[in-house]
Ligand binder design. Structure first.
Ligand SMILES: [Zn+2]
Length: 407
């Protein structure tokens, strides 16, 4: 962030607050609270499952055009981009939210309103981030804030699960803006005190065991892939995961077999391993691989003479880098100041978000909540309460303006 932040973060915020246009833009969020929520409802009712974000991306692209953003496009990976051009293209800040949800194609994305809450899969994660992108662009345009640098708004694909950060990865490695970004902000989920500056690393596997299969009575003794994965899961669950650095494991999916009286010919599990420290992640990873291999070997060792073996296929389906934007970096300090200015005590946090990717490349990046409150994320009961959303939007606006600067 070479050309960013010419003064201390505190002075930068004070300077921003003395601008009449900025003051008007901050009020915009309160005065348009209902309209922002209506927009969130519209964008979240457009389905977006993993690897099926096109429809939502197209909706966002139309929105970007109507807001006067330029160079609006859906890139080859499926990300939706729009530029809000200031006096210069440097510094260039990416402000992003993710288009995808964790929910399958068959999901009903319709929104239900219950008192103060909106209920729908993905309504907060990342519906409120997408609503924030639109609201920020709207406020800056409507109040004619004179930007020095430029803002690239991006709705990313593939943030969740097996998407494996494919959208943001493309943006920073192959996309045409890849080498031009000075800072990155992801708006993900609700809240106004969290500042995610550390990237939580993870490794994800699909384990597939394939055997001959057969009759439960007549072929008893041939290797059973479900028994083998059961043994592997049982061993993994005994792993002494440290609390500090926080380390976790999860078998999130299990599949296999056709009938109660048939020995399955296949069993599959999907496993998520995470740790705040790379060394612990490697240790857990090695343990998981070993117990899986042992479980298969044991099942094979017991098989009847002449029967074929279980085959193990171990595929890495996700790998997210660890790293951090230092807490004393200008971007994090700016977020601290903006949070305090709004009357909240900032809380540094570690998580797995789109910021993992720019962080791993040494580009200053943070993830912030976009205001309001939420619960039951990644479930069909997910809810979002938009009260106090304006605080999250104000914080985001101050951070963005602090980076790109005013003329
Ligand atoms: Zn999210």
């Amino acid at each position: 962030m070479a050309s960013v932040l010419k003064t201390s973060p505190a002075l930068t915020i004070r300077h921003l607050l003395s601008s009449a246009e900025v003051a008007r833009a901050l009020r915009f969020f309160e005065n348009n609270a209902e309209a922002i929520t209506d927009e969130q409802i519209r964008i979240c009712s457009v389905p977006a499952s993993p690897f099926n974000e096109q429809e939502r991306a197209e909706y966002l692209a139309k929105k970007f055009v109507s807001l006067g953003l330029t160079e609006v496009e859906i890139d080859e990976e499926g990300n939706c981009l729009g530029l809000l051009e200031g006096a210069s293209r440097s510094p260039l800040m990416v402000v992003s939210a993710h288009l995808d949800t964790v929910f399958s194609k068959e999901t009903n994305f319709a929104i239900v309103r219950r008192e103060n809450r909106l209920l729908a899969p993905g309504i907060a994660d990342d519906g409120c981030g997408l609503a924030a992108l639109i609201a920020l662009a709207q406020a800056i345009q409507a109040k004619r804030i004179p930007l020095e640098g430029s803002i690239l708004f991006v709705g990313t694909v593939g943030e969740e699960g097996e998407g494996n950060l494919r959208g943001v990865r493309y943006l920073f490695t192959k996309g045409r803006w890849a080498t031009k970004v000075d800072a990155f902000l992801s708006l993900d989920g609700a809240g106004v005190d969290r500042i995610t500056n550390r990237a939580l690393g993870s490794r994800r596997y699909r384990v597939e065991l394939i055997g001959p299969g057969g009759h439960s009575w007549g072929d008893f003794g041939i290797p059973n892939p479900v028994h083998a994965v059961g043994r592997a899961i049982s061993r993994l669950s005994t792993y002494p995961a440290p609390k500090e650095p926080r380390t976790t494991f999860n078998v999130g999916r299990i599949e296999g077999g056709t009938s109660v009286n048939a020995i399955p010919d296949k069993a599959t599990i999907e496993v998520d391993l995470r740790s705040a420290a790379e060394s612990e992640l490697r240790r857990l990873d090695a343990f998981f691989r070993r117990v899986t291999r042992d479980a298969v070997d044991e099942e094979n060792a017991k098989r009847r003479a002449g029967d074929s073996e279980l085959k193990l296929k171990l595929d890495v389906i996700g790998e997210r880098p660890t790293g951090e934007t230092p807490s004393d970096s200008p971007l994090v300090e700016l977020a601290f100041e903006a949070t305090r200015m709004l009357g909240f005590e900032p809380r540094l946090d570690q998580s797995s978000t789109d910021s993992n990717l720019p962080i791993s490349l040494g580009i200053p990046a943070i993830t912030l909540g976009a205001g309001g409150s939420s619960g039951y994320s990644h479930t069909l009961d997910e809810w979002y309460d938009p009260r106090d959303r304006d605080k999250g939007l104000k914080r985001a606006l101050l951070v963005v303006l602090g980076v790109v600067g005013l003329i």
